[in-house]
Design a protein. Structure first.
Length: 568
């Protein structure tokens, strides 16, 4: 049996090990240091079987074949390193990238394309290639006698008991962040390590802790946009001045997008629609030209400690359950269903609140999904609609939601986001674009010790009434500038919609891409025409997202599946 390595290079028989795994067993750690991580994984598999990865920390993906012919595969808890596989009869092939396992006869999966339009990425275990799959985060797999068994080796287990004083938790938290940064610097030259700096709490914390750990000022890199409401460079400057970093700024222009869009779209092994990938790529490329080999990113702080605005919104919807059932059923809901209620603004808003509150989680999270709001049958071509399961995404999300059986609502939302926001979206965004620029990337907030700390942090410390990431901010008060603590989250948001209405070359690229996509039988040509000729100009920030999603899909197809069509 042969297995593929991720760079399309030579076939290897033993397997592959990528990332920076850390073995808790001293014997295995010594074996990894002397004979390589694959040798340590082989021994861990022989000792502990499918629970071997539960004893390993760090970011990793591993695939190996033992003397009995069994194949074992695993990825870390956030799938920071990815692993794809394909069963061909009695053989199993694996690689870091899905496109490595595809050949000229491999068809695209229409359901995966629908998932892309729904999520703006293709969540595991599906990939865009039919028959090629990707291990979900925290999962392992065993292939034996032609049978493949995929299972989780880790699921979040929250301990919500409150017993330790705030000061004690604060000191431990600060120490763990410092340790997380220190771990990312092991074996590398600190002078060639940089930090992404958006000016938010997470990236600012990483940059500040870098100075403590490395004993030298961090080299920070920030992206700005010359567009009202999108440029947050001043907050990055505040953080830089506060920590005395060696700061570097780059303003991304529409011309940068025209040059970078085809490159970034083609670099992914399947369609990927997070618009922040472009500024992340520009930032990594900027740092690489400055002599940086490794970048530290702040991803994970929101998802581990309760920083996303939807967490507070879901708590508000949860309050409806407190209202006595009789009052809801016999008074409030009948009143709000009256035609006259729609004429009164306050009652109209109350009706909208009740409608959403009655939808259970996790379905409620998708009520403002862009594809659903525009209307699936208005966007997708009839021939494509007949090939897909419209309920597939909701069913898969419910399964992930039910995987965390215990815990408060906020903790279950966090665990849900570890899968869909981090593993399937934000981490691929940073990892792939950094790799494209020739830069490694590390995530101090995803250190396993910080993850364990999050699991046992009291729920009310993550979302205190409606205050997001209360503990995080209070624990870092005095370390971070007050302006950073109180600012609203933004990050490297891209003003694509506005630029696409103003910059001729970018507008032409978007229009040509969507016109080409409309001929493939995936989206309705009349929807595309209306989108680019009317709706984009009416609301660039809102409809620009759909233009971006469709454009990036077409840009990917032009390189990886130029002849793909769906019959009417």
């Amino acid at each position: 049996m042969s297995t593929f390595v991720s760079n399309n290079a030579a076939l290897v028989e033993a397997g592959l090990s990528i990332g920076r795994p850390r073995f808790s067993d001293p014997t295995l750690a010594d074996l990894a240091a002397h004979d390589g991580t694959l040798a340590a994984w082989q021994q861990a598999w022989l000792r502990s079987g499918v629970m071997a990865p539960a004893q390993v920390t760090g970011d990793f993906a591993v695939a190996l074949r033992d003397e009995r012919g069994r194949v074992f595969m695993a990825v870390d808890r956030f799938a920071t390193r990815t692993l794809c596989y394909r069963v061909d009869g009695e053989q199993l092939r694996f690689a870091e990238r899905a496109d490595t396992l595809a050949d000229g006869s491999t068809d695209l999966d229409a359901q995966a394309l629908f998932d892309y339009l729904f999520f703006h990425a293709i969540p595991s275990p599906r990939t865009v290639f039919r028959g090629v799959h990707r291990l979900p985060p925290g999962h392992c797999a065993v292939f034996e006698n032609g049978q493949l068994n995929v299972q989780p080796y880790w699921t979040p287990a929250f301990d919500e008991r409150h017993g330790r004083p705030f000061a004690e938790l604060r000191d431990e938290f600060r120490g763990l962040i410092e340790d997380g940064v220190r771990t990312q610097l092991v074996g590398v030259d600190p002078s060639r390590v940089g930090c992404f700096l958006s000016g938010g709490t997470d990236s600012s914390t990483v940059a500040g802790m870098f100075g403590r750990v490395a004993g030298r000022a961090a080299r920070t890199y920030s992206i700005g946009f010359d567009a009202d409401g999108y440029d947050e460079m001043e907050f990055a400057r505040i953080a830089s001045r506060h920590f005395g970093t060696e700061h570097h700024e780059l303003y991304v222009t529409p011309d940068d997008l025209v040059r970078g869009i085809p490159t970034v779209a083609a670099a992914y092994d399947q369609p990927f629609g997070n618009s922040s990938a472009l500024p992340a790529y520009c930032c990594a490329q900027f740092a690489k030209a400055d002599g940086i080999d490794r970048m530290l990113a702040g991803d994970g702080g929101d998802e581990l400690f309760g920083g996303n605005t939807r967490y507070a919104m879901q708590r508000i919807f949860g309050w409806y359950d407190i209202v006595p059932a009789a009052l809801r059923t016999h008074l409030m809901e009948p009143l709000l269903r009256q035609p006259a209620a729609g004429k009164v603004r306050l009652l109209r808003r109350a009706a909208g609140y009740v409608t959403q509150a009655k939808v259970p989680l996790p379905d409620r999270l998708q009520m403002f999904n862009l594809l659903l709001r525009l209307g699936v049958d208005q966007v997708l071509a009839p021939g494509f609609l007949h090939r897909i399961d419209l309920e597939g995404p909701a069913r898969e999300q419910r399964e992930v939601w039910s995987g965390v059986h215990e815990g408060s609502q906020i903790n279950r939302l966090l665990a849900f986001d570890w899968r869909y926001t981090l593993a399937e979206n934000d981490l691929p965004k940073v990892c792939r674009t950094a790799a494209l620029a020739g830069v490694e990337v590390g995530f101090p907030f995803l250190d396993d010790a910080l993850l364990a700390f999050s699991l046992r942090l009291p729920s009310e410390y993550k979302l205190k009434r409606l205050t997001l990431r209360w503990f995080f901010k209070e624990a870092l008060r005095g370390f971070l500038p007050d302006e950073i603590i109180t600012k609203k989250k933004h990050g490297f948001g891209l003003p694509f919609g506005h630029w696409a209405t103003q910059h001729p070359a970018l507008k032409r690229m978007a229009e040509d891409s969507l016109a080409s996509l409309a001929q493939r039988g995936i989206v309705r040509p009349d929807f595309v025409r209306t989108l680019v000729s009317e709706r984009l100009a009416e609301a660039p920030g809102y409809f620009g997202e759909m233009v971006w999603i469709l454009m990036m899909l077409e840009q990917w197809l032009q390189v990886h599946a130029k002849d793909y069509r769906v019959d009417a």
